[in-house]
Design a protein around this ligand. Sequence first.
Ligand SMILES: [Zn+2]
Length: 357
Amino acid sequence: MHRRCGIAILIAVVAALIAQVCAAQQPQAPAQPPFTGTARAPLSPPTVENVLLIGWDGVQRHHLLELLMAGRLPNLRALIDEGSFETIGISGHATDTKSGWTQILTGYDPDVTGVYSNREYQPIPVGLSIFERAQQAFGRENVFTMMVTGKAAHVGSIGKGEPVAAPQGQPQVEQFGQPFNNTRKALDIWTGDKGREATEVGPNALSALEQAGGKRFLAFVHFSDPDHKGHAKGENSPEYEQAIVTCDEWLGKIAQWLKDKGLYEKTRIYVVTDHGFDEGLLSHRYAPRSWLATNDNGITMGGHMHDIAATLLVRMGVDITNVAPAYPGQALVSAEPYVRQPGAAAARRAQRQRRAQ
Ligand SMILES: [Zn+2]
């Protein structure tokens, strides 16, 4: 190595060391906030006028997808063709009916609602249901709210100390107050507190919707048949499958009713379940794989069960940013610009038909 070169390296090293020491002694410049802006403002999809939430109680996601792929749920398929199918996870409470529907219809975890399971529960506190949130946002007179259900106690409204029908016919008293005891008082229509099959729930739903009389509505219709057949005959029984197919038939009838009334274009339908089912068993002790099927193409992602309420309210145009208590979840909509593609569903159908040939 040349001597001059060696000296140059030595000087460079010393200069670097001095620069480092100086930098360490200089006061730190304030950290710049991370860049969070976007080049374009996110566009929201146009809000939805009417929301129809349909519950299929206890439908295992995998079994549903099997039936869907086999072409046995044509009405759910038609819905998904217009919107999407999303996976929904459950955590933080039992995979059962009371805690499931309570979370779906409030958006809150059990620490807020007090509904942890079928056995540990209380009435949902006043004001927390999606129906009351919509009324708070639009005014009670301006939104028609209804619940039509197919189960007694677990989606029930019996108050603490009030008589309940016991299985053996012995008069009994409700111990804690059922989840929808307060919610019921806020609704325009409540048809619940009784076990009903789809053949009864379906017509009840249509007559309740009729009473909306053209007013903007937020409706919940609950079919209990799959859960009951699953408990009686098992998750892999033909009866369980038939119950899901029956739910699909009623979905078709309700969608057709909306079309006949000229309401379908103004209504987004969301079909959800409260819990899955243990594979091949009579139970749903650990069945956290839920799902959401909708004709709303503003829904762009799956999420947690506590996201569903926020999603429905945001799609109706409710500002949930200042809701108290704050929602643990988020709306399952993307902030990306929204482009509706006319004819996309028809194109997908045509493509499937070509493939099938
Ligand atoms: Zn059940």
